[in-house]
Design a protein around this ligand. Structure first.
Ligand SMILES: [Cu+2]
Length: 129
């Protein structure tokens, strides 16, 4: 009797381990909210990778906080390196590799839209209250 309970317990442990492992397959990480916003010295830094478009396409940030947009390029030679944020009158040509910071002040609640010079690639920073 004691042995069968022990076997059942082990079976449950293994089953549970398989269940929880299968609930979190690695590919789900791509669907998780982007973790690309950090706060350094009271400023929030929103990092956007630039290469054949903008990644992540949507970032979530805090409204009313001094904000820096940081564009990271790495062997990027396509038109996404010519980035524009029309609502702020920002137009910037990024180096093919490096980090380019743009201070955008403390935006209020808004969805900030950025596009490449041709308008084919876009990204959004969602400033939330
Ligand atoms: Cu383009």
């Amino acid at each position: 009797m004691k042995t069968s309970w022990a076997i059942l317990g082990v079976a449950l442990l293994i089953g549970g381990a398989i269940y929880f492992t299968s609930k979190n397959p690695p590919q789900l990480a791509n669907d998780a909210p982007a973790n690309n916003v950090s706060i350094v010295d009271g400023k929030q830094i929103v990092e956007v990778d630039v290469k054949g478009g903008y990644h992540p396409k949507v970032s979530a940030a805090k409204a009313g906080m001094p904000t820096i947009l940081r564009f990271n390029t790495n062997g990027s030679y396509d038109c996404s390196t010519s980035v524009r944020i029309p609502s702020m009158g920002i137009s910037k040509t990024l180096p093919s590799s490096g980090a380019t910071d743009i201070d955008i002040g403390s935006p209020q609640v808004a969805k900030l839209q950025g596009v490449c010079v041709m308008g084919m690639y876009s990204f959004e920073v969602d400033f939330q209250g």
